[in-house]
Design a protein around this ligand. Structure first.
Ligand code: PFF
Length: 453
């Protein structure tokens, strides 16, 4: 592999642009919508601790592995894996790992876009005063009747997919980089405003206690799997999104420091989102663990009944849409890059095709909340099944294989070259984590969940 090789799709204009894009991918519905409710369901602070350990011991080393593999391969994850396997003299079937990623990206985006669509709809509801003075029952029925309407969900899903595909069609610099340069600073700004608002809501101490007081009696093997799956999901790992973004990273940028910064920013946003959400929930006497409806049922009650709720409610749902958009573009980029490389398509055509397919698969999620809610596989609706399959199985399996590939298959001189300049002990620590700790952790958690341990 030559030093000068560049991606045919372009490059980020700076290290900062990569950090914004990768943080944009990482910070998403996972941080603001999912983290608070799974924390609520799994015992609050105890879950947060397990999750933080997963980020440090598994997430950061695998993020470094994915980034370095992408930068070395300089193509879509499928072709990158093909080339890297060849370079390492390994079996060419390793490229299937790229396929696993592309498929996971499609599946995640298909339901992600539906939930992002809810957020879009709630921006409108908030602006038009739908929550104003609403009782808990009224707000619940507003939500229930919204998700019961396939047409409404389809409309917002379509709109969100169209915006996502438009951004991606404009290219790495002109589309993705331009979008995140606007989205990410706005997102941080709104989040800080929200935290300030929550601090004045009256439920602050209770919220913090819930988020940080560890009650280990609620932790089960399943919650450890959830924490690990979420670490992969929230950092966008195990499916090639970070790999493809890494392929646009110029040489000479320290991957280790960059990965720590991205993981730190992502974790900060998840915690800040919790700090913004739980006090509002407690101040209004609501339940913290009300599942996926937490943001769309509990918070609007609070917004409808608190001073400034109109403005903050609107800002909050805009925050959610922005976070979702900067992630969704990274979910589809691996597929788009592959179509351009292998099918000789223009970026626009590649976006059209992949967007239409994802949109179609997304209808499964749309119907999970209404006409298809009785249709269950393994006792799960299509939405629940896709979420479980991707976050709890595909991403950890993908991450496991990435760790094994970077740790055991790639030649040490190549990984060292990509991670340079790094102190010898930094490299040794990374190598130890990807060779032993990350794969073993994923493996044991799986054994535990399937009941062998
Ligand atoms: N990290 C995103 C979130 O927390 O919402 C979700 C995600 C994006 C997962 C991109 C995977 C991915 F490749």
């Amino acid at each position: 592999m030559t030093e000068t090789k560049k991606s045919i799709h372009g490059e980020w204009s700076s290290r900062f642009a990569f950090i914004l894009a990768a943080t944009g991918s990482a910070v998403g519905l996972g941080n603001i919508w999912k983290f608070p409710y799974i924390t609520g369901e799994n015992g609050g602070g105890a879950f947060v601790i397990i999750y933080l350990v997963c980020i440090l011991a598994i997430g950061i080393p695998i993020m470094m592995a994915e980034t370095l593999m992408g930068r070395r391969g300089r193509q879509s994850p499928i072709n990158t894996m093909k080339d890297l396997a060849k370079e390492a003299g390994a079996d060419e079937n390793w490229h299937l790992l790229g396929w696993l990623g592309v498929i996971a990206g499609f599946l995640i985006l298909s339901y992600y876009s539906v939930i992002a669509g809810w957020a879009g709809a709630y921006v409108l509801k908030s602006v038009t005063g739908s929550f104003f003075d609403g009782s808990a029952a009224e707000i619940k029925s507003l939500f229930d009747s919204f998700i019961a309407s396939p047409l409404q969900l389809m409309f917002w899903h379509t709109l969100f997919m169209a915006v996502t595909m438009y951004v991606v069609s404009q290219g790495v610099k002109g589309g993705i980089e331009r979008a995140v340069r606007f989205l990410m600073p706005s997102l941080f700004f709104i989040l800080i405003l929200m935290v300030g608002y929550a601090m004045s809501s009256g439920g602050y101490e209770q919220g913090l206690e819930f988020l940080f007081y560890p009650d280990f009696s609620e932790v089960t093997g399943e919650s450890v799997l959830t924490a690990m799956g979420h670490a992969f999901f929230t950092l966008s790992l195990g499916m090639g999104a970070i790999m493809v973004y890494g392929s646009y990273l110029p040489k000479g940028i320290s991957i280790g420091k960059t990965a720590i910064l991205i993981a730190g920013a992502d974790t900060a946003v998840a915690l800040l989102a919790g700090i913004a959400i739980f006090p509002i929930v407690f101040a209004n006497g609501l339940e913290p663990s009300s599942g996926p409806g937490l943001l769309f049922q509990s918070l609007p009650i609070a917004f409808g009944n608190m001073g400034g709720g109109f403005i903050f409610g609107t800002l909050f749902f805009i925050l959610l849409v922005f976070a979702a958009l900067s992630s969704s573009i990274s979910l589809i980029e691996p597929a788009v890059a592959w179509l351009v490389e292998n099918r000789n398509m223009s970026r626009e055509m590649a976006c059209l095709w992949s967007g239409v397919i994802t949109w179609l698969v997304g209808l499964g999620t749309v119907f999970s909340f209404n006409i298809g809610s009785e249709f269950k596989i393994f006792d799960k609706t299509i939405f629940d099944l896709l979420d479980y399959l991707t976050a709890n199985l595909m991403l950890p399996i993908g991450g496991f294989c990435i760790a094994v590939f970077a740790g055991w298959i790639m030649k040490a001189e190549h990984t060292r070259e990509e991670l340079a300049p790094s102190a010898a002990w930094h490299y040794a620590l990374w190598k130890f984590l990807v060779c032993f700790v990350s794969p073993a952790a994923v493996f044991f958690v799986f054994l535990n969940v399937i009941g062998i341990l």
